[in-house]
Write a protein that binds this ligand. Structure first.
Ligand code: ADP
Ligand code: MG
Length: 565
């Protein structure tokens, strides 16, 4: 195939436009994105050759290389990794990740100013496109491992790009940026300067496991006295390649953790909390986990599962290992490095593996414990966490019976006590009058709807606090008769919500007075209700419907009906 001009997909063009007009203040980060992609490509090639013995590829010296040049100023970032086929180039570079397009389009049209665009980038990540913050022309040559013909892709970041075949392309991918003029005021540094590059690699990409090399000119002292010093070209490795997860927490700076988090998660926000774990004993492994600050845009999509990276003795195995984290903790990002697994471990094996299961149990406890600690010690961070991930976290109340109590304790719930601050159960219990031995709650579709319910009237009148539960999972876990701190959960919409246990003489009189009416009502409503009772829970309304203590709530009935049961 010869040279072809293609148009970027509409969403990609919008994103590019955003990038070129440089809403993102940190232009340096383009280098991190390119190195990160190169590193992924090297990981993929190494894995592919392990799996596919027929694949013809050279894996003897996998590395990333930076080649700066003056006049004209260019920077080339190359790797000898997996590379891309022509179709992949069009698919991967010409479009924005498919699942996100609708959301992206909407978000873009809503993003008015620079700061909201920046936030947007935090959620979507612009990855490769970030090159157009610093380059006015980009040329990429790539050849997929195992294929003979390569592809050249070129664009100036406007609406189109060209694609050509390249007969003699080396293995891997090489990306050359024609650099924009230095503009320090707008944070565009001299990316053709080896010292600048060295500094950026140290700062953003030091932990990358593959060597990042650059040829540097070093001065060599003269051999004989009085002679002129000469210069010599020497290859230098710019990164220390140290695995952050193998280090102790106090040896790693916050910035290093942040960069690593961004590398593995492809997110642009900063982690809210870092969890480092070094397990010894039967199963030895190290884990480095992050709670993000922002929810990614696809948090609630079906196909999204947890994506912890799995390493075996420092060797990258896969970047999404759902076996390591249950779905309700799918927001957790990080790395697990297991000592005793085989490098050839397959997904099928992982699903059965005792070691993986043991690791997962421990990680889950650790994550819930960390959330609990945030709740106890860092209320602001906890509030950030809860508004981003609370709904997902609460899925654990239904899906993880083993950790039910821990998840319950680390959660917060809307309550009649405050219109704005959700409450933990511990706080609810602390506020309870001494003689209240249960936790009152009511479920419904929204706080507003619940608050209008006549069921609440008597409780409100007596100043009794009620939890207002409106997430879909709330129906499910509350229907399982849970307890917290030896207290039963009691729905105010069911049974004899004992506002006052003792029947007084007055009540007995009242019962007698209305006996005839009740009998008549029971007859009239025979088909629709199982009994009619005088109620003490109402203050303003004349009547309300209540479910049996052991029956399904109307919302739960709806849920079951919706799922076809
Ligand atoms: P992300 O890395 O988050 O997927 P990018 O925009 O950085 O998004 O890259 C898009 C895709 O292009 C990558 O997922 C990868 O498949 C492909 N890609 C980018 N750079 C390279 C490279 N150096 N080698 C091979 N594939 C690459
Ligand atoms: Mg990337």
């Amino acid at each position: 195939m010869s040279s072809q001009v293609h148009e970027f997909q509409a969403e990609a063009r919008q994103l590019l436009d955003l990038v070129v007009h440089s809403i993102y203040s940190n232009k340096d980060s383009f280098l991190r994105e390119l190195i990160s992609n190169a590193s992924d490509a090297l990981d993929k090639l190494r894995l592919e050759t392990l799996r596919d013995k027929e694949l013809v590829a050279d894996t003897t010296d996998l590395h990333v290389r930076l080649t700066p040049a003056a006049e004209p100023r260019t920077l080339t970032v190359s790797d000898n990794g997996i590379g891309m086929s022509r179709d992949e180039v069009i698919e991967l570079i010409g479009t924005v990740a498919k699942s996100g397009t609708a959301q992206l389009r909407q978000a873009l049209s809503e993003a008015g100013d620079a700061s909201s665009s920046e936030e947007l980038i935090g959620q979507f990540g612009i990855g490769f496109y970030s090159v157009f913050m610093v380059a006015d022309r980009v040329s990429m040559v790539t050849r997929k491992a195992g294929e003979s013909v390569g592809t050249r892709w070129e664009s100036t970041g406007d609406g189109t790009y060209t694609i050509d075949d390249v007969a003699d392309a080396p293995q891997g991918t090489s990306i050359t940026l024609s650099l924009k003029p230095v503009d320090v005021e707008n944070a565009v540094h001299d990316y053709a300067d080896p010292q600048v590059l060295r500094g950026l690699v140290k700062r953003y990409s030091d932990f990358i496991a593959w060597p990042i090399r650059m040829t540097e000119t070093v001065s060599v002292p003269a051999e004989e006295e009085g002679g002129e010093p000469t210069t010599e070209e020497a290859d230098a490795t710019l990164n220390s390649q140290k695995a952050l997860w193998a280090k102790n927490k106090d040896e790693v700076s916050e910035e290093e953790y942040t960069e690593f988090y961004r590398h593995i998660s492809h997110n642009w926000d900063s982690p809210l909390e870092v969890i480092s774990l070094h397990a010894e004993g039967t199963f030895e492994y190290q884990a480095l986990l992050f709670l993000p600050t922002q929810a990614p845009f696809d948090m609630f999509m079906r196909e999204r599962s947890s994506s912890l990276h799995l390493y075996v003795r420092r060797v990258f195995i896969m970047d999404d290992c759902p076996e390591l984290m249950p779905e309700y903790l799918r927001f957790v990002q990080g790395v697990v490095d297991a000592n005793d697994l085989s490098l050839n471990v397959s997904r099928e094996i992982l699903q059965q593996d005792r070691q993986i299961r043991a690791i997962r149990r421990r990680l889950v406890k650790k994550v819930i414990g960390t959330v609990q600690e945030l709740q106890d010690r860092k209320p602001e961070d906890y509030a950030t966490f809860w508004s981003a991930f609370g709904k997902v976290f609460k899925e654990g109340l239904v899906n993880d019976p083993d950790n039910f109590q821990a998840v319950l304790k680390a959660s917060v719930f809307e309550t009649t006590h405050s219109a704005t601050e959700p409450t933990s159960l511990a706080d609810y219990v602390a506020r309870c009058p001494a003689d209240q031995k249960v936790i009152y709650y009511m479920t419904g579709e929204s706080r507003q709807q619940i608050e209008h319910s006549p069921h609440l009237e008597g409780f409100r009148a007596k100043g009794i606090e009620v939890l207002l539960l409106s997430d879909p999972v709330d129906e499910l876990w509350t229907s399982q008769m849970p307890e917290f701190d030896d207290r039963q959960f009691v729905s105010v919409a069911k049974g004899e919500a004992a506002l006052d246990d003792e029947d007084t003489d007055e009540d007995t009189e009242r019962d007698a007075e209305f006996a005839g009416l009740l009998e008549w009502l029971t007859g009239v409503l025979d088909q629709d209700v199982s009994a009619t009772r005088l109620s003490k829970r109402l203050t303003d309304s004349a009547a309300c419907l209540v479910g049996d203590t052991f029956s399904m709530s109307p919302q739960l009935e709806k849920l079951y009906r919706a799922s076809g049961q």
